[in-house]
Design a protein. Structure first.
Length: 456
């Protein structure tokens, strides 16, 4: 197939303004590999007389022999026209109007072809950030609005052919991630494309094309202008896609982590904590990738608690908090106050929800109680909603701190034991020392004074 692609690109490739058409006999995509719901959307729009294609990551993944996570559709039908064709359709978006077709276990996203608008249709910030640009266009217009060549492949379900305007197939065969157009300009228009480039680099295991990579150091500071809510959404995609370890390495390599977790970047440069913090985060990311591979659910707050744990330790270190031994009430209070400060700073960059924030605090505060292991609190702790996450966090800490390993092992053994063994393990814990309060002495009451007599 590679030789065919090279031959056809030399003859009449996209560089000459003519798209490359790859017929069904020359690629591996067929209708049988596409979800039934998506085929229904494609056929309905085609039968209504509209131009419609499967596009984006689903085409890329099918060509790579991977199972697509979802299916996206592009068409010349306007959002309102799509809405009239599907009873299960909802229109969403302010900057870009999209149609979501809802099925029982799947959502098909349908986008109308767009083009680069004229100046009177655009709104740009002083840094070149594109704030508003939503002008409908043709297939050819839509191609050049997409981010990367390997995501600009259009599959025609009717003819079973692939349309390529940007040499995306050749880049896919060569294993290169290339941005469409001038890299620096495209990053300035939407700095989130930097995060997308890093995500595809980690997910596909492909290097960034030279110009695509060199433009990142010149433009990554523009990520500071992106809304924290949007950055949080992109951060979840970065670390929850099964390639968290590679993603983290790329974020640090391109100096982009500072725009998502600046406090973490500082901790990774701390003279006494950097090695331990790096190992701690790496172990957590490895566990996250393993859970994704096993189709296990992820707690979004867990990685947040991991990334911000050592920034928290830096604050506690400055306040001379005890880091080893049995914690006391003073340490607990300091941790609670420091946790609030850290999360308030972190939310300036990533808009954590209240649920995530509270879960992170619960995971951190439960560390004191898990380490303390008071006899009367063991069963109560095990019934806490955040117990499992806090226990996993403690085990993660034990991997980089040998002093915590016996405590983590105790909790592991206690959970696996039967009721009798559990009671025995609890009884072997040091008994709490109760201090008897001295009886308070109240001053003796003075005898009541004689009531004055009132002369009549």
């Amino acid at each position: 197939m590679l030789s065919f692609i090279k031959k056809i690109f030399i003859k009449n490739g996209p560089s000459n303004g003519i798209p490359t058409i790859i017929p069904a006999s020359e690629h591996s995509i067929s209708r049988s590999l596409i979800s039934r719901n998506c085929l229904g959307v494609l056929d309905t729009l085609a039968n209504a007389g509209f131009e419609v294609y499967l596009v984006g990551g689903s085409v890329r993944d099918l060509l790579l022999g991977r199972e697509p996570k979802d299916f996206d559709v592009a068409t010349n039908a306007k959002p309102e026209e799509i809405y009239r064709l599907f009873r299960n359709c909802r229109l969403i978006g302010k900057r870009f109007r999209l149609a979501h077709i809802y099925f029982k276990h799947e959502i098909i996203e349908v986008a109308t072809f767009r083009k680069q608008g004229k100046k009177d249709h655009q709104s740009k910030g002083h840094n070149g950030l594109l704030k508003r640009d939503n002008v409908y266009g043709t297939l050819k217009d839509d191609v050049w609005r997409r981010d990367f060549t390997l995501n600009a492949l259009y599959y025609d379900a009717k003819s079973n052919s692939i349309i390529d305007h940007t040499n995306g197939l050749l880049d896919l065969q060569q294993g290169i991630i290339r941005i469409i157009g001038d890299a620096e300009t495209r990053y300035k228009e939407d700095p989130v494309r930097i995060l997308r480039a890093i995500r595809f680099h980690a997910k596909l295991g492909m290097p960034l094309e030279e110009k695509t990579a060199k433009a990142i150091p010149k433009t990554h500071m523009l990520l500071a202008a992106i809304a924290p809510a949007r950055l949080l959404d992109e951060t979840h995609k970065l670390f929850n896609s099964g390639n968290a370890v590679a993603t983290f390495a790329a974020l640090r390599h391109y100096a982009v982590l500072q725009h998502l977790y600046p406090l973490t970047e500082e901790a990774l440069s701390h003279p006494s904590l950097h090695a331990t913090a790096d190992t701690f985060i790496l172990r957590a990311l490895q566990n996250t990738d393993a859970r994704v591979a096993q189709n296990k659910p992820l707690n979004p707050a867990f990685l947040v608690s991991v990334f911000l744990w050592y920034p928290l330790q830096i604050i506690l270190e400055k306040e001379h908090s005890n880091k080893t031994g049995t914690p006391n009430h003073s340490d607990f209070t300091k941790l609670e106050h420091a946790a609030g400060r850290i999360l308030r700073q972190a939310k300036q960059h990533l808009a954590f929800t209240q649920v995530i924030t509270q879960t992170v605090i619960d995971i951190w505060l439960l560390q004191f109680q898990l380490i303390g292991r008071r006899q009367l609190q063991i069963y109560h702790l095990a019934q806490q909603p955040r117990f499992r996450a806090a226990y996993d966090f403690l085990c993660l800490r034990a991997e980089v701190d040998d002093s915590l390993k016996p405590i983590a092992d105790w909790w592991t053994e206690w959970q696996e034991a039967d009721d009798a063994a559990r009671e025995q393990m609890i009884n072997t814990l040091p008994k709490p020392k109760f201090t008897r309060n001295k009886k308070r002495r109240y001053p003796k009451k003075c005898p009541p004074a004689d009531k004055p007599t009132i002369k009549e």
